[in-house]
Design a protein around this ligand. Structure first.
Ligand SMILES: *[C@@H]1O[C@H](CO)[C@@H](O)[C@H](O)[C@H]1NC(C)=O
Length: 290
């Protein structure tokens, strides 16, 4: 009688793969579970059982979404594929923000451009209602050709912006030098696609070409290793055994420092910290410390 040997590994592979991919789907979030489309009258859509979200913009309206959860610190990743072709005049904003008149905010904004001309990735950090901390970059790839990962690491010591794992900007906690740092207000994730042709492309010179509408940006693979804030308490303070929060004290290692310098040297096109004309009374204090 033939022995009931276990199946050869290659025969089990499809099963294993389907188990792993369903695990990955759970780990990487679901737009139905994690987000609400908040405006745009049907122009924002959740598709593929919650794996994909798209925002669109036409002459009548843009669209936007926000996270159901509020967070107080986290490492938050999202993959975005930006409006392709002639996207001049359009802005895709993706950011964390708290509420109220002394709000905190951590911003990625993607400024569209004519076909073949580079997008600008605009970043800013607001603490207690005060921003004016813009840094702008070109990217080292075409952000409309495929999905790329845009990450915000926010912990009590620093805010780090990364693109495909490469840090592009660090904002350190310099409260001891009198610079307010966002750490007392929970933030939600927001994103929107809107028309900003009065300033976005070449400072407003290039207008949105509405014959190209609707414009569409896509999102997938959201992942938040984060502390969820609800009813005045953080999920990270509960004694849940599953919290391994390495990101809560993460800093830049030597390799990341080098990558950051590479980006800042080769791709940074604006830095408020070198804009002496804008700050005739002197550059903001964080500029001379970091
Ligand atoms: C658009 O392309 C022009 C020409 O290359 C460039 O100067 C500009 O920085 C690009 N980006 C935006 C958003 O204007």
């Amino acid at each position: 009688m033939a022995s009931h040997n276990s199946l050869p590994f290659c025969a089990m592979l499809p099963l294993l793969l389907s188990i792993f991919s369903s695990m990955a789907a759970i780990a990487s979030g679901n737009f139905y579970r994690d987000f609400d489309i908040t405006w745009g009258d049907g122009r924002g859509k959740i598709l593929n059982n919650g794996d994909l979200l798209t925002l669109s913009l036409d002459k009548a309206s843009g669209s936007g979404f926000q996270s159901k959860n509020e967070y107080m610190f986290g490492k938050i990743d999202m993959q975005l594929k930006l409006v392709p072709g002639n996207s001049a005049g359009t802005v895709t904003a993706y950011y964390l923000s708290s509420k109220g008149s002394t709000w905190d905010e951590i911003d990625f904004e993607f400024l569209g451009n004519l076909s073949g001309d580079p997008y600008i990735l605009h970043t800013n950090v607001f603490s207690q209602g005060k921003g004016n901390r813009e840094q702008q970059f070109y990217l080292w790839f075409d952000p409309t050709a495929d999905f790329h990962t845009y990450s915000i690491l926010w912990n009590p010591q620093r805010i780090m912006f990364s693109v495909d794992g490469t840090p592009i900007r660090e904002f350190k906690n310099l409260e001891s030098n009198g610079v307010p740092f966002p750490k007392n207000q929970p933030m939600r994730i927001y994103s929107s696609l809107w028309n900003a042709d009065d300033w976005a492309t070449r400072g407003g010179l290039v207008k949105t070409d509405w014959t190209q509408a609707p414009f569409t940006a896509s999102y997938r693979n959201f992942n938040a290793d984060a502390c969820i804030w609800s009813n005045g308490a953080s999920s990270c303070n509960s004694n849940s055994p599953s919290t391994s929060n390495g990101w809560l004290s993460q800093q830049l290692d030597t390799t990341s420092q080098e990558r950051l310098q590479w980006v800042q040297k080769n791709y940074m096109i604006y830095n408020y910290c070198t804009d002496n004309k804008r700050f005739p009374q002197g550059l903001p204090p964080e500029c001379s410390i970091s």
